[in-house]
Design a protein around this ligand. Sequence first.
Ligand SMILES: C[S@@+](CC[C@H](N)C(=O)[O-])C[C@H]1O[C@@H](n2cnc3c(N)ncnc32)[C@H](O)[C@@H]1O
Length: 304
Amino acid sequence: MFSINTKRPLQKETITFLNCLVEKGGPEPHEYQTFTDIVNHLKAHQVDPFREIIKDSLDENTLIGHGFVKPYGYPGDFTIIHAIYKNSFNPDPRYSNWDKFFQNQPGAQAVRNRKEYFLNYCRKLEESDRKEVNILILGCGPATDVNEFYALYPESRIRFHLIDFDQNALDFAGQQNKKINGNIQYFRINVLRFKPLKMYDLIWSAGLFDYFKEKHFIYLINKYVKYLADDGEYVIGNFSHLNPTKRLMEVLSDWYLNHRSKYDLIRMAVEAEADEDRVRVDMEELGVNLFLRINNFVNGNAVN
Ligand SMILES: C[S@@+](CC[C@H](N)C(=O)[O-])C[C@H]1O[C@@H](n2cnc3c(N)ncnc32)[C@H](O)[C@@H]1O
């Protein structure tokens, strides 16, 4: 008996197109859509042959390659997040088109937008008439967001507690925030184990809960919500299930997130025994990064 192999390899013109991209350091803007369509339509068995063709671009010289190689052992490390915030790219023409393509993705823009969302929230806290302001950040990474906040408000009274389990991330954060380290305390610990030292006006986490399964997500809501000061808020970022960059991240960078809907986030908050009236979901302007907000508003001194 003959068996017919229905698994079609990549088409010849696709292979030629991809080889050409590798040669010129990635797609040019007029090729973005064609390249994205190829990736979005790859069948599971075509992913490895696809990666084999572009393998010379999947090393640390490119942002997609950095994601793929994971030099710190996990995707979304502090260096790639910092690069996204700074919208930087490798100037070497053998790689720069790949980085420009990556930075052009809605997923990357949503990360930059979430920094603006955070800065805006901090600005409102800074301008509020609260006597002191304490912020806890879970999974702080490079703390580029904190750095940019202090650049805007060098005399700020906000005090930060930053948690990350990667010492490399904390070293980077400490180095770039040298001038303001008097306002920041760093904790190298898993967020699952940290014992908060005080009550916080804002507990912020972006780019972390997307990696947690529901069980841990719910546990971490329940664990930290108790440490909200009066009028405090817990804001948790999570990529939306509608993220148009999902497949590109998975195929190019082997970068998997738990994408969630607004309703998933509300349901988990309620399962964590948050009062439904205190829960809402926001998003940045692209709708790619959602923010689950759980408040402890009691004095009408809320940040909206
Ligand atoms: C994608 S980065 C986000 C950084 C930062 N929140 C931002 O948005 O700019 C996620 C960070 O969380 C840290 N992280 C991941 N799991 C963690 C855990 N269980 N406990 C503490 N830190 C963790 C990683 O080391 C990494 O620096």
